[in-house]
Design a protein around this ligand. Structure first.
Ligand code: NDP
Length: 241
């Protein structure tokens, strides 16, 4: 059966790899994005996957957006909460805007998006919710109190949802990537990357978006019904939680 999947932030970086991998696995995919129309149009032209623009931090926008996807693509079986941002700064310099924008996009979005699809999943006795958390939600990171808090929150959310959904064949799992070669990581100073970050990664390299995407495809599959509430690390051995 062809499942329907939404991938938030599914037009660039890790999300784009997830969208493509789910499509290759046979799913009908809708990818969402925030505002980069050019990247979204290029992604759709290359992949054939439709892109939908809305802010995952806005509950009403998520309600309208998901309703549109369900009308145009079908009832959602798989939700990948991938959209995320960083607004780094040491806590003693962090502004309320830096704090709240990250919590809103990375954590409020889980409620805003999952709430739209959870009743349908429960009613149809099938659902797969995958959240892209982060190694920095597992271990913390300098300059990322906001991001680490949001990503640790992802893990708590998944565990509660896993308990609530288990009897209805609705699973919830988190993936914690380490450093993956996307634009988010390209923003890091190259000297810092070479001298401080790569030496911390036993695999000696950055991860590929496709390596995260493969885990999502597994967790989203019909066959993964007994895997729920788990946290999968994809970090080249950098941190073993
Ligand atoms: P990118 O910055 O490359 O892409 C982010 C995507 O999210 C874009 O499609 C963007 O849309 C979308 N997005 C951002 N804010 C919103 C919003 N408010 N509403 C809707 N969509 C939004 O990110 P990555 O691919 O690097 O990261 C993907 C996820 O993986 C994030 O949750 C990140 O925290 C996590 N992660 C990444 C790691 C890495 O090394 N890259 C490591 C660990 C975790 P638009 O194109 O319009 O801007």
């Amino acid at each position: 059966m062809s499942r329907v999947a939404i991938v938030t932030g599914g037009t660039r970086g890790i999300g784009a790899a997830i969208s493509r991998a789910l499509q290759a696995s046979g799913a009908r995919v809708a990818a969402t994005y925030a505002g980069n129309d050019e990247a979204a149009a290029k992604f759709t032209a290359e992949s054939g996957i439709p892109a939908y623009k809305w802010d995952v931090g806005d509950f009403n926008a998520c309600a309208a957006g998901v309703a549109r996807v369900e009308k145009e693509v079908g009832p959602v079986d798989i939700l990948v909460n991938n959209a995320g941002i960083t607004r780094d700064g040491f806590l003693h310099k962090m502004t309320p805007e830096q704090w709240s924008s990250v919590i809103r996009t990375n954590l409020d979005s889980l409620f805003n998006m999952t709430r739209q699809v959870i009743e349908g999943m429960r009613a149809r006795s099938f659902g797969r919710v995958v959240v892209i958390s982060s190694i920095n939600g597992q271990k913390g990171q300098l300059g990322q109190a906001n991001y680490s808090a949001s990503k640790a929150g992802d893990i708590g959310f998944v565990k509660a949802l896993a308990l609530e959904g288990a009897a209805k064949n609705v699973t919830a799992n988190a993936i914690c990537p380490g450093y993956i070669g996307t634009e988010m990581v390209a923003a890091i100073d190259e000297t810092i990357l070479k001298t401080r970050i790569l030496p911390q990664i036993p695999a000696g390299r950055l991860g590929l978006p496709e390596e995260v995407a493969r885990c999502v495809v597994f967790l989203a599959s019909d066959e993964a019904g007994f895997v729920t509430g788990s946290t999968i690390s994809v970090n080249g051995g950098q941190h073993m939680a």
